[in-house]
Design a protein around this ligand. Structure first.
Ligand code: HEM
Length: 264
């Protein structure tokens, strides 16, 4: 359409377009159904999982920057990015509602074809756990069929400092002893009780706790959805299903921040 200025809106030079910039041809070509004839709800199932993976990519991008901002001592930047992380995480919890519009009967029409694939194999999900602070190498050995690149990514996340490591270093940089868990809790208590001096560290710890809380909320919401969809049947990935997922709900990224609550 020609604008009053005489320029064709969005078409200058015909070089970059919306679709080319966002690589939409490639992106929108990735929803390949396994069901044949196609089952209506499989499109939703694939798109919901793909959008999760895109948001996981964004969260890794943000949380890596949060960790690096903490290490550089720019706490305001870490906090600003964490506030974005929280909003994305709330979105990820509420996105489960979309998938729950699928009935178990409709899911049953294509579920069998998915085995042994499972969300359990989401490498980015595990990277998020490792980067946040829950570095359990057992998950790497339990992964089957990792590509070399995925294995390298997970190994790198296990070797790198976590968000918690970066936070504890900040406590140390204020002259607070952090040699043992007991000392760290004492340092956290000092921070909580001297807001005049340490308010930035207090607020940052609260933001980390919110990140932890929202991750736990997702795990709790995911297992509810799983029970609604498949009851107590085992998972396509070969776990016990809901019992396994319930065992993961109490996971805490920052147990000492929760322990601190006992003495405030
Ligand atoms: C109909 C919907 C879904 C069902 C029935 C379902 C079922 C399951 C089950 C049974 C497990 C345990 C592992 C296994 O044996 O397979 C699992 C794990 C997992 N699922 Fe889902 N899931 C669903 C949707 C999703 C979505 C939308 C995501 C988003 C990425 C997701 C991500 C994960 C992750 C990350 C794990 C590993 C959790 C952990 O190890 O703590 N799932 N899922």
């Amino acid at each position: 359409m020609t604008q009053p200025s005489g320029r064709s809106f969005g078409e200058q030079g015909g070089l970059l377009t919306y679709g080319k910039y966002l690589r939409l041809a490639e992106l929108l070509d990735q929803q390949v159904l396994l069901s044949d004839p196609p089952v209506h709800d499989e499109t939703l199932f694939i798109i919901v999982h793909q959008t999760y993976e895109l948001w996981f990519k964004e969260l890794l991008h943000e949380l890596t920057a949060v960790r690096d901002a903490m290490r550089a001592g720019t706490l305001w930047q870490a906090r600003q990015l964490l506030s974005r992380v929280h909003i994305i995480e709330r979105l990820l919890v509420s996105q489960i509602d979309v998938l729950e519009t699928m009935t178990p009967q409709d899911f049953g029409e294509f579920r069998a074809a998915l085995a042994p694939a499972s969300g359990f194999q989401s490498v980015q999900f595990r990277e998020l756990e490792f980067l946040s602070g829950a570095q359990d190498p057992g998950f790497v050995s339990r992964f089957r069929s990792l590509t070399d690149d995925e294995r390298r990514r997970l190994a790198r996340r296990l070797a790198e400092p976590t968000l918690w490591d970066a936070y504890v270093d900040l406590l140390a940089s204020r002259g607070l002893p952090v040699g043992t868990d007991g000392e760290i809790v004492a340092a956290l208590r000092s921070v909580a009780r001297d807001r005049a001096r340490h308010d930035d560290l207090w607020q940052l710890a609260e933001d980390l706790l919110t990140h932890d809380e929202l991750a736990a909320l997702w795990r709790a919401r995911h297992v509810q959805m799983v029970e609604r969809q498949i009851g107590t049947r085992s998972g396509t990935g070969g776990s016990t299903g809901a019992p396994y997922l319930h065992s993961r709900v109490p996971l805490r990224y920052y147990p000492l921040l929760w322990e601190l609550r006992d003495s405030l």
